[in-house]
Design a protein around this ligand. Structure first.
Ligand SMILES: Cc1cc2nc3c(=O)[nH]c(=O)nc-3n(C[C@H](O)[C@H](O)[C@H](O)COP(=O)(O)O)c2cc1C
Length: 257
């Protein structure tokens, strides 16, 4: 396995960090790797917010209800951003130019939002892999999608800037060498050939058997559920935080459009 594939193979989410801060050179390397990610129309429809103010870190740990965030030595929030281009269009007379050409001047819509979210996530994953290659662990925090109004206010986000993901970084507190990579669904359920194939009812048991055969630690039973699908529904899907995330993202969409 070449060194790039080894980094990808051995990476896992790290949530407990050595408090030692990242060096400026390490931060620069991580950010540079993010910038080198592919980007739609080469427009970089994202921004990256470095959060190093401890009061803000504490606040985000609360809004995302995950205390480890406050203790992470380095935090980056990846933002879908069409504001920069809208501002540049307005400052550069694009609206007037469009009227002269008799074409409508339009504001960003769902397509631009999807591309901006894609750009932000592609850049984030480059940052994760670059950090990993430096021995710096990381963890995504999807809960940054919750509490949009609070995040908008505490980070001064304008209309066309939305939080997409948060990444925590830091050197792992304990040696990571013995850790087994976390399990994944068997490839047959993920990779389709030419046509999408829906999962059939009689494939579900095998899918979970193959999954749990890889690990006994993931998706441990915490409820009286009869099977892993029921457990997943109760523990991961039908939760208070997902209700809040859906509310918050609906607000983001209303604001954007
Ligand atoms: C979009 C996204 C959101 C995530 N949100 C969280 C989160 O809020 N909190 C957390 O501890 N881990 C979060 N994770 C990390 C996943 O739990 C983790 O990637 C998954 O369990 C697989 O483990 P691994 O990264 O060690 O392979 C998130 C990962 C992704 C890609």
């Amino acid at each position: 396995m070449n060194p790039t594939l080894e980094v990808i193979e051995n990476r896992h989410s790290v949530r407990v960090y050595d408090p030692q801060p990242l060096t400026q050179a390490e931060r620069d390397t991580i950010l540079h790797a993010a910038f080198r990610a592919p980007t739609a129309s080469a427009m970089q429809l994202y921004s990256i917010l470095e959060v190093d103010d401890q009061a803000l870190k504490d606040r985000v740990a609360e809004t995302c209800h995950q205390p480890f965030i406050a203790k992470a030595p380095y935090l980056l929030i990846f933002l879908a951003d069409f504001q920069r281009w809208m501002d540049v269009y307005i400052y550069s007379g694009v609206e007037e130019h469009s009227h002269e050409l008799n074409i409508p001047f339009r504001t960003p819509q769902a397509g631009e939002l999807m591309l901006a979210c894609s750009d932000a996530l592609v850049a984030a994953q480059n940052a994760v892999i670059a950090a990993e290659s430096l021995g710096i662990g990381s963890c995504y925090v999807g809960d940054i999608l919750e509490q949009y109004e609070v995040h908008q206010q505490i980070f001064s986000l304008p209309r066309y800037v939305l939080p997409v993901t948060l990444l925590t970084f830091g050197r792992p507190a304990s040696p990571q060498t013995q850790r087994k990579p976390s399990p994944r669904l068997d490839r047959r359920y993920i990779v389709h050939r030419n046509q999408y194939k829906r999962i059939a009812p009689d494939e579900v048991d095998l899918m979970f058997q193959l999954f749990t055969g890889e690990s006994d630690s993931s998706w441990q039973r915490k409820t009286a559920a009869e099977n892993l699908a029921q457990e997943n529904y109760l523990q991961k899907y039908n939760t208070e935080y997902m209700v809040e995330m859906n509310r918050s993202v609906n607000e983001m969409l209303k604001n954007w459009s």
